[in-house]
Design a protein around this ligand. Sequence first.
Ligand SMILES: Cc1cc2nc3c(=O)[nH]c(=O)nc-3n(C[C@H](O)[C@H](O)[C@H](O)COP(=O)(O)OP(=O)(O)OC[C@H]3O[C@@H](n4cnc5c(N)ncnc54)[C@H](O)[C@@H]3O)c2cc1C
Length: 451
Amino acid sequence: MKEFDVVIVGGGINGCGLLRDLALNGVKTLLIEKGDYSSQTSEGSSKMLHGGVRYLENFDFALVQEALEEKNLWLKLAPHVCFEREFYVPLYNFSKYRPWMLGIGLFLYDFLSHFQNKPFAILNKEKVLKEVPSLEHKGLLGAGKYFDGIVDDAKLTLECLYDALLEPGVEALSYHEVLKVNENVVTYKNRKTGETTDVRGKIIVYTTGPFTDTLLPKLGIPWTPKLVPSKGIHLWLKPGTIEASGSVVLTTKDNRVVFVIPQRDAVLVGTTETPVDQDVFDIKATDREVKYLIGILKEYFPNAEINESTIISTFAAVRPLVREEGSNESLGKVSRFHKIFRPNAHSYVMLGGKYTTFRRMCQELAAEIVPRLGKTYNPNHTMNPLRQKSIVPTFGKKPVMTKDLIQKIIVTEKVSTFEDLVKRRLSLLENMDEMKTVMGVPVSEVKQLFS
Ligand SMILES: Cc1cc2nc3c(=O)[nH]c(=O)nc-3n(C[C@H](O)[C@H](O)[C@H](O)COP(=O)(O)OP(=O)(O)OC[C@H]3O[C@@H](n4cnc5c(N)ncnc54)[C@H](O)[C@@H]3O)c2cc1C
C-alpha cells in the first residue's frame, strides 16, 4: 500500500491551495478528486477577487481586510488569470443608502486595502449615465465607483495544482472518488474503470466544500452537519447585451446584490441565493432562477434585449457556508469566515470562507500540519509566482489552436474529458452541445483525442 504524509480529499481551490502549500514545504501529499479539478464550487463562483463591500454592513472588517490583501497579492502574482476593474453601485431615490453614506463605506474599503485599491469615487447622475448609459434614468441619484478583481476561478485553482505537482512526492488523481476511510487508510475508486485502491495517510484532510455534510457520515467519520448550503446561479450573456464600461452592482428588493460583470467577450450576471437540500454534485440552474435574474436586469436596464437567445450559457454552484453557533441569520448574512474542524486525531476538515481568501485558510491549516510531520513550516513560499502557466490564457492573447496543441494541453494540463478541455483549460463559454469547432479545430477531431 502506498503511503503519504497527507491525503487531501477534494480538488477545488481549497484542496489545490493546500496541496501547493504542503508541497512547497516538502510534504509528501496525495490529492484525490471525484470529478475534474475545480469542476464544482470553485468554477461556479462570481469570479471576483474581492474584499466584499457588502460585508462592511455586517462589520466583518477583519474578513474584508484579509480578502483585500489577498486580492491585491493575486493581482500582482498572477496577472494572466486575474485583473482589476471598476464596479459601479448605482443609487436611486428608493435605495437604502444616500451617496454620502456610500462614500464613507467606500473610503473604509480603500482604507482596509491599505490604499492599495485604485481610489473610489462618487459620481453624479450625468457622469454615471455617461459611463453606464443603459441604466434606468428614473430616480437615479448617482453612483459609487470602486475597484475589485476579476479572476478565472477554475484556472487559478488548476495553476495551484500544476505548481504543487512540480514538487517531488506530490501526486493528484481526478475522477477518483473516496468511498471509505478506516483509521488512516483511504479507499478510493477510479470512476472510469471501477477499480478500487487503498492508500495510507498519516493525516487526512477533507476539503470537500458543500459535499462535506453528506460525505463525512458516509465515510464513518464522527460529524454533525455544519453547513448552511446556499445555491447561486449565473448567466453568461452575449457581449453588448448590456451597455456598460465597467461592472455594475445592483441591489434587489430583498436586499441582495446582483453583479453585472463584462469580461471574456461576454457579460457575467449573478447571483441568486436559495437554500438547497438536494444532491449538489454538478448542480444546474433552473428556468425559475434564470427568469429571476432576467427580471432584475430588466428593472435596471429597461431597454436591454435580454431573452433566451442572448444567454450564451448558465452555471450553478452551492456556497459551503458554515453556520454560526446559535445563529438564524439570513443566508446573505451568514458569515464568510472559514473554520477548521478536527473530527479525530488524524483528520482535519476545512470549510467555509471565500475563494479570495483560500491561501490564508490553507496557511492556517498547513501551519498546524507541517510541524506535526516534524518539519518547519514556512508560510511565505505561497507568495512566489505560479510556475506552470496554462497554455491558453483566459484574458491574454490566445495562441493559434491546432490539434497538436490540444494534444499537448491534454497531457500537460491533466485533462480527462472533452468538457475538462473546453470549460476549464480553454475557458470557453459556449454551450458544448452546440459547438462546431474548438477554437477553429472541428469538434469531431478534438473528440477523437479522447477515444
Ligand atoms: C454562487 C457562488 C458565488 C461565489 N462567488 C465568490 C466570489 O465572487 N468570490 C469569492 O471569493 N468567493 C466566491 N464564492 C465562494 C467560493 O466559490 C467557495 O468558497 C470556494 O470555491 C469553495 O471551494 P472548495 O474547494 O471548498 O469547494 P469545491 O470547489 O466544491 O471543492 C470540493 C471538491 O470535493 C470533491 N469531492 C466531493 N466528494 C468527494 C469524494 N467522495 N471524493 C473525492 N472528491 C470529492 C468535489 O468533486 C469538489 O471538486 C462563491 C460561491 C458560490 C457558490
